[in-house]
Design a binder for this molecule. Structure first.
Ligand code: KG4
Ligand code: ZN
Length: 338
């Protein structure tokens, strides 16, 4: 079964066709980085416009690659969570395609789709149940997954998302946007031990707590650079990265231990981080499935892939499918919405 996926939740426009949730037949990602760079962050209005401009040419490309749009079996789209104006562009396109060709429409949760990126074109995929860690510009979530429709959120950030913290740290250090790759690059040349940041990312030191907090670490970096401006940026970046990443590993392992999970899937834009990749690749009691670097960021293959499983489980949407900024996984958590 071939599914065409569309991703427009933030600053990447992407279209993909994936066969049986596993084999990527077509995949294009257009990054809007250059559009947002002058503003040091994503400008929602510009993002929505850029999606509108890019989507149709990308769909033409699908046809030019030899895949007839009318020949695919379903149309999938990220419809939550994300920037509403941006999501709407993808949702409208997917709806139009599904209606025109008389094929099923499948709305997909972006955060779960990130985890699915580990299942694409992979030789080895994890069996359920597993722990999932999604670290991106908008999300830092720890989950237990028993199936694609049985997901429990176990931990989240109480303030900044991990990627957001990297982006803010980059601004503090006067580096570019997006900040994650910049900090990562600089950190490789720095000495993490030269600057001491407390592990304030450990939101609440209670043993059973699985939530994160990044705003204190960001502030510690700000004060350090203000009070001791002679601090080498490389060292500050390295120290920041070390604390930001270690806490992710510690809490992910804590979740596995607590729930008796032996597999962990790590995905999202921050999973491209070099130190994170080294840390999560260290051998240990939990088998770690780390998203391939090229699929860590937003992309449509993960959307088309996850949609296959939703479709198999009867998860078809109607023409009333809407875009939503909220993550239904978290809202479903009875009052723990942030
Ligand atoms: O998953 P993603 O592409 O978009 C969202 O869903 O948010 O993640 C983007 C985030 C940005 O905050 C970016 O700075 C961060 O991922 N990022 C990194 C690295 N590459 C991208 N953070 C740390 N280290 C990296 N190498
Ligand atoms: Zn994302």
């Amino acid at each position: 079964m071939d599914i065409l996926g569309i991703e427009t939740s933030c600053d990447e426009t992407s279209v993909a066709v994936v066969r049986d949730g596993r084999r990527t037949l077509f995949h294009r990602v257009f990054s809007q980085t250059e559009i947002h760079r002058p503003y040091d962050g994503v400008v929602p209005e510009l993002s929505a416009r850029a999606h509108l401009e890019r989507l149709n040419p990308m769909l033409d490309e699908v046809e030019r690659s030899g895949i007839a749009l009318g020949g695919v079996d379903a149309f999938a789209v990220t419809n939550r969570p994300g920037l509403v104006g941006s999501l709407i562009t993808g949702v409208a396109a997917a709806k139009a395609l599904a209606w025109f060709f008389g094929k099923p429409l499948v709305g997909v949760n972006h955060v779960l789709a990130h985890l699915y990126a580990c299942f694409l074109d992979a030789e080895r995929v994890p069996e359920f149940p597993f722990a999932g860690l999604v670290v991106s510009g908008g999300h830092t979530l720890l989950m237990t997954l028993r199936s694609w429709s049985d997901v429990t959120v176990e931990g989240r950030t109480v303030d900044d998302a991990a990627g957001e913290a990297f982006d803010k740290a980059s601004r503090i250090l006067g580096l570019g946007y997006p900040g994650g790759p910049e900090i990562d690059r600089l950190a490789e040349a720095g000495d993490a031990e030269a600057v001491a940041f407390p592990e304030i990312t450990m939101y609440n030191k209670r043993r059973d707590n699985l939530d994160f907090s990044y705003s204190g670490l960001k502030t510690a970096l700000l004060f350090r650079m203000r009070e001791r401006p002679e601090t080498r940026k490389e060292d500050a970046a390295a120290a920041f990265r070390k604390v930001a990443v270690s806490v992710l590993k510690r809490k992910a392992m804590r979740l596995c231990e607590r729930r008796g999970l032996r597999r962990l899937v790590v995905a999202g834009g921050v999973a491209a981080n070099s130190l994170l990749r080294r840390m999560f690749s260290e051998p240990g009691p939990v088998e770690v499935f780390l998203v391939p670097r090229e699929l860590a960021g937003d992309n449509a293959a993960m959307v088309a892939g996850l949609a296959y499983h939703r479709l198999l489980a009867g998860g078809v949407d109607g023409p009333d499918l809407n875009a939503s900024a909220e993550n239904d996984l978290e809202v479903a958590e009875g009052g723990r919405r942030r």
